[in-house]
Each structure stands twice: as structure tokens, then as C-alpha cells.
Design a protein around this ligand. Structure first.
Ligand code: G3P
Length: 214
């Protein structure tokens, strides 16, 4: 499983990139809005920091509008992946972008059937949202079960679309994504840090430090 960072914050991307384990970036309109800067500027700067797939999301609209907006982003850099919402028009747009060999990430996936439709339209990536589905279902397993079922369906029919476990809220979601066969986990900066730090590691180091001073 490879890791993308789920943020549009340049400092977070810069810091996480120094760890050497980040292969790409996903953004969405909410993450871009938090940064108070034009989407194109943010995306351009991200392409300079990370040499891997960078998802830029088109606004919901009709397929023509989404494809036109997608061209604008795709022209910016070969690493740009177009994030397309899981709607009727989004499926049409995905199919057309695929025919132009523009990579897509179909987002806001909450069922296996949505993932299959996206795969049939040629999506490079599908993004099931674990955290939001867990919240909606009031369950700690709903998102994980979704990833597992999409994995099975894609394997059954050899769909090449990659599964991105998204809407990750804590390290447990990353564990679930890994156990159930997601290709990618896109992880917020805070959760990436939580995946490295542990109170017992900190305590163990303090003990070793004391021992070394004796
Ligand atoms: O990648 C999708 C993600 O950004 C959504 O996360 O926490 O808003 O559900 P969240």
C-alpha cells in the first residue's frame, strides 16, 4: 500500500515529503478553501514538492464543464490526476477523460456499485470514504468492509482501477485499509504523525537515554 497525503497545506506537504514515504497528494475543495489561495497556485506549488500523482478536484457540473476544467488542470503538469465526483455527469466526464488518457480519481464513493460504475468508466482511482461512511453507519467497520468488498469485486473481474482509502481519521483506518487490500491510503498530516509517534516509544527512549548516561 502506498501513501498519499490528504491536504493542500504546503508546509504539511513539505514536512511529510522529508520523511521519504509520501508518493502523492490528494486535495479537495474543502482542503483548498482552508488554505485561502487560488486552487491553481496551490496545485502548482504541490507539483514542485511531490513527484507523484496529485489529485485536483473539478467542481460538480455537467460533463462538458468538468472536462473543460479538467483540461485546465491536466495541462499544468503530467502528474495531475483529475478528481471527479461520483455523479451521472461525473461518470460521463470520467469516460471522456479516460479516452483522452487523462487520469481520474472518482471521489465520494460509498458503495461497491458506485466503485464498479467508476471502474467501468475507466477511473484510474476510486476513493471510498471510510470515515464519513463509519459516521453515517455509526460503525467502526463500515468503511473497512467497503474497501474489502471493492477489492473482491475488482479482483473478481480484473478491473485495473486502484482503490484509494480516503476520509481517513485515525491510524486504525490505515490498518483496516492495509488488511483489506487498498492500493493507496490518502492520509491527513495529523494521522501520518500519529502513525509514527507512540507513548511507549517515547517512554522507552527516555529510559534508554537515562541508561546511556550512567
Ligand atoms: O480524501 C477525501 C477526504 O479529504 C475527506 O476527508 O475527513 O473530510 O471526510 P473527510
Amino acid at each position: 500500500m502506498i501513501f498519499f497525503i490528504d491536504t493542500a497545506n504546503i508546509e504539511e506537504i513539505r514536512e511529510a515529503s522529508t520523511w521519504g514515504i509520501i508518493s502523492g497528494v490528494t486535495t479537495n475543495p474543502s482542503l483548498i478553501a482552508k488554505e485561502n489561495r487560488p486552487l491553481l497556485d496551490a496545485i502548482k506549488e504541490i507539483t514542485e514538492l511531490i513527484n507523484g500523482p496529485i489529485s485536483a478536484e473539478v467542481q460538480e457540473g455537467n460533463a462538458d464543464e468538468m472536462v473543460e476544467e479538467a483540461f485546465q488542470y491536466a495541462r499544468m503538469h503530467p502528474n495531475i490526476v483529475i478528481k471527479v465526483p461520483m455523479t451521472f455527469e461525473g461518470i460521463k466526464a470520467t469516460k471522456r477523460l479516460t479516452s483522452y488518457q487523462i487520469r481520474t480519481n472518482v471521489t465520494l464513493i460509498f458503495t461497491v456499485s458506485q466503485a464498479i460504475m467508476a471502474a467501468k468508466a475507466g477511473a484510474t482511482y476510486v476513493s471510498p470514504f471510510l470515515g464519513r461512511l463509519d459516521d453515517y453507519c455509526e460503525s467502526k467497520e463500515a468503511g473497512a468492509e467497503l474497501v474489502k468488498d471493492i477489492r473482491t469485486a475488482f479482483d473478481n473481474y480484473h478491473y485495473p482501477s486502484k482503490i484509494i482509502a480516503a476520509s481517513i481519521r485515525h491510524p486504525e483506518h490505515v490498518r483496516q485499509a492495509a488488511l483489506f487490500g487498498a492500493d493507496v491510503a490518502t492520509i491527513p498530516y495529523k494521522v501520518l504523525r500519529q502513525m509514527i509517534e507512540h507513548p511507549l516509544t517515547t517512554k522507552g527512549l527516555a529510559l534508554f537515554r537515562q541508561a546511556a548516561q550512567k
